[in-house]
Design a protein around this ligand. Structure first.
Ligand code: ATP
Ligand code: MG
Ligand code: MG
Ligand code: MG
Length: 476
């Protein structure tokens, strides 16, 4: 019998509990105490201090399913979401950790046991990778799995040395990849599982990373050994659900199908597992990212973290428009998300009304300018030939007047075979900031974006803003 996603999560945690691990709840996707990080990007984030030597509770082995967002910084998948079927903005990372306790041997042996004995994945579909000079990990893989030599591959730091950010704990890693294709053609098609990264190859998919945390990267780039040798693993929950449920797309698992069905039901546009279904998939993905970020204390705004959320929402909103939705739409999906994920993450059920109201007011204000912006975009792009760039000042105009973040303009451009002049846009942006600063000095109150952002983020009564006029106003 096929496991439900809830059972997959449960079975991972039960397995590691049976190996002496303590279950620790997911930390929020908004890391309130780590200034080096905009959003939680991996399960290990909440244990960073422990790796660095501060372990007040004396934890040795823990496991969990962590809410992650990869939309900024070192791990940013925003641009590939919607293009492939296994990178999400928001996803869950199943993980097990050893803080100076077990090391490579147990980590690899347990990973193999869970995958092949508990979950009974066929060995012929599994590939392992190790860091290029990690002979120890290579040999453990050989002994534990008996995989053929050419399926225990060595790669350099690009894929097999994991770092959470520019600084912080890091170390060589060993990844497990899975072949979702036709085994009869494996030998002739298989070259390199890593090349499958970022949508170039949907056949060989990375499922699990085992990081052997033994260094700290300092801000001057230097690597210093940590006090203890640790294990930090992360497995893509939606990916393993797809494999265990026999699906080739994460969007066809029960993690996503209730949301996608709701999108189809409310819009009247049936879902298709091809390009026509892109709006459904992007909306389902972005709904999760927005909802969990807002439930965990972030708010859309014009800066930093809040601006990332605003961009995600506007992309989602434009895809809703492609489904014919002219009124707030994303907000209507929060309920189904709360229903499907509320057991695993009660915070989403508890805060669903607040989340929906924040999303609704964001959608309302964007929708006010969306049509006009799309029209303007059509005019701007009509003069350009395939492969040409939309000039920076036009990209800026779309941002400044119609609220189109440049990455949204980039999506629209790409759909027409065009590019955008990012540098030119940045230059216009800088000029505008300089003007605002000058005005500020002269005491002209233009309510510059920076000022109002802080204000709105500080206020939980924030219900909306109006981007259709130059001066942003906060409605309380
Ligand atoms: P990929 O190469 O597929 O981008 P990664 O090497 O960047 O993955 P890791 O940092 O090693 O990912 O994270 C551990 C695991 O989390 C991965 O093995 C993968 O299963 C999962 N994962 C990573 N990024 C995403 C994402 N954007 N959406 C869903 N799952 C992800
Ligand atoms: Mg990646
Ligand atoms: Mg990878
Ligand atoms: Mg990886």
């Amino acid at each position: 019998p096929t496991m439900t996603s809830a059972q997959v999560r449960e079975s991972f945690i039960k397995f590691f509990e049976s190996k002496g691990h303590l279950f620790v709840r997911s930390s929020p996707v908004v890391p309130h105490d780590d200034p080096t990080l905009m959003f939680t990007n991996a399960g290990m984030n909440q244990f960073k201090a422990i790796f660095l030597g501060d372990n007040p509770k004396g934890w040795k082995r823990v496991c969990n399913s962590q809410k992650c967002l990869r939309v900024s910084g070192k791990h940013n998948d925003l641009d590939v979401v919607g293009r492939d079927n296994y990178h999400h903005t928001f996803f869950e990372m199943l993980g097990n950790w050893s803080f100076g306790d077990y090391y490579k041997k147990e980590a690899i042996a347990w990973a193999w046991e869970l995958l092949t004995e508990v979950w009974k994945l066929p060995k012929e579909r599994l590939f392992a990778t190790v860091y290029k000079d990690d002979d120890e990990a290579w040999q453990i893989w050989k002994d534990v799995s008996g995989l053929p030599d050419d399926r225990i591959m060595r790669f350099d730091a690009h894929s097999n040395f994991w770092e959470m950010g520019d600084t912080g704990p890091c170390g060589p890693c060993s990844e497990i990849h899975y072949d979702r294709g036709d085994l009869a053609t494996q030998a002739e098609t298989f070259k390199d599982p890593i090349k499958g990264v970022n949508g170039e190859n949907d056949r060989y998919i990375e499922i699990w990373n085992n990081v052997f945390m033994q260094y700290e990267r300092l801000s001057n780039g230097e690597l210093v050994p940590l006090k203890a040798k640790n294990v930090d693993t992360g497995m893509g929950f939606e990916r393993i659900c797809a494999i265990l449920q026999g699906k080739t797309s994460n969007y066809d698992t029960d993690v996503f199908t209730p949301i996608i069905s709701k999108v189809a039901e409310l819009s009247g546009v049936p879902y298709k597992d091809n390009e026509d279904g892109t709006p459904h998939r992007v909306i389902a993905d972005h709904l999760r990212a927005l909802s969990f970020a807002i439930a965990d204390g972030a708010l859309p705004s014009n800066e930093g973290r809040g601006y990332v959320l605003r961009r995600i929402l506007r992309r989602a909103s434009r895809f809703a428009r492609l489904l014919g939705q002219k009124k707030p739409f994303i907000c209507k999906l929060v309920q189904v998300l709360a229903d499907t994920m509320g057991d695993a993450f009660p915070e989403i059920r508890e805060r669903k009304d607040f989340v929906a109201s924040v999303i609704k007011s964001e959608e309302e204000s964007f929708i006010r300018t969306l049509d006009a912006g799309l029209e303007r975009f059509a005019v701007i792009s009509s003069d350009l030939k395939k492969g040409e760039k939309i000039p920076g000042d036009k990209v800026f105009l779309l941002y400044d007047t119609y609220g189109f973040p440049p990455d949204l303009t980039g999506i629209l451009a790409e759909e027409k075979g065009l590019l955008i002049d990012e540098e030119g846009y940045e230059k216009c942006m800088e000029e505008q900031k300089a003007r605002a600063r000058a005005n500020m000095k002269q005491g002209i109150n233009t309510m510059g974006t920076e000022g109002w952002t802080q204000y709105s983020e500080a206020s939980t009564n924030f219900v909306g803003y109006d981007i259709s006029v130059c001066e942003t106003k906060v409605v309380r």
